[in-house]
Write a protein that binds this ligand. Sequence first.
Ligand SMILES: Cc1ncc(COP(=O)(O)O)c(C=O)c1O
Length: 375
Amino acid sequence: MMTSNCLPHQVRELLLIAREAGDTHSLALWEGLHLGYTESQGHPELLKEIAATYSAAVTHDHLLEVVPEEGIFIAMSCLLAPADEVIVTWPAYQSLYEVARARGANVRRWEASGSVYERQTFDVGALEALITEAGGRVKLIVVNFPHNPTGASLSPDELTRLIGLARHAGAWLFSDEMYRGLELGALPPLPSVCELYEKGVALSGMSKVYALPGLRIGWLACRASHFIQQARTYKDYTTICGSAPSQVLALIGMRHRVSLVARSKAIAAEGLAATVAFCEKHSDKFVFHPPDAGPVAYLAIKQGARGEALTAADAQAYSERLVRQTGVMLISGAMFEAEEPFLRLGFAKAGYAARLAAWEATFETVVLPGREATA
Ligand SMILES: Cc1ncc(COP(=O)(O)O)c(C=O)c1O
């Protein structure tokens, strides 16, 4: 239950989708594929298909195909120098701050507000205070909405304010949008930062929303041509170009994205409902606020009978005991450098209800933190 993607597709399922849609063009590309080097910027047809998911101001020239994780590395390597000031949404996916730290940047945390048992949200006023604290000299603001692990997002107004702050500070804005499009309620996705801000760099990819993480295909999107050019040059020292088979499969995925996204949303909705029911049943143990978007649940472990405050270290020790003794694997908030006792579950999985039941069956033998005295 540890991963953050939706149940991945099989190759034959993708090819079947293309066949049933009469997409002979994609199928011919697949059958006739040469396993040579590919174009460094990305497969031209794939880039066009990706560009069609953004507003008209963003064209295929504004895109660079990358492995998603590589996109974080390349963007930060290009944008940052030692002693630069960087602000990052917190808790955070590790490479969103570690790559900046490795570049010698000074990383400030834009922390989710709300106590451990409240809904986690990001207050744009707190970001403004951090920019002031940095003396306005912020080189890069790194955000991740919808957010992993809390599932929090921003309202359109908050996003507009955030961009106003970045523009005023002259800062680049790196927006990890890997979960954009996997909104779970009726809300539409937020606009992409690359559509709204000339120094906005968006990261997206096939791994989460399209349920194709094994392709290792993602992209950077930015309207500042010199940034895309620089990132493309940097890529000569990482992967040079994308994998030819993955590109064609990604092209099929993007051409038929409506059905892929619908599948991901249906699986995620089912997993979310099961998580809500599970947490209601175990309301003595967990507090859970459903995410705005994304396939992960962030559960806070409630205090036990003795009432002492629990920490991320307690959650981490529990998750380690759990996997060692039972093979059930959850991620604790400590993995995101959170300080509170959170556990993260990926709920867009095959057989997820059975996995929850398997976890529930361990409660007697692997006791949750704070409950040792009552065991
Ligand atoms: C917030 C976030 N950004 C980036 C990535 C990297 O994506 P990938 O694993 O496809 O390289 C992940 C993967 O879990 C993620 O959760």
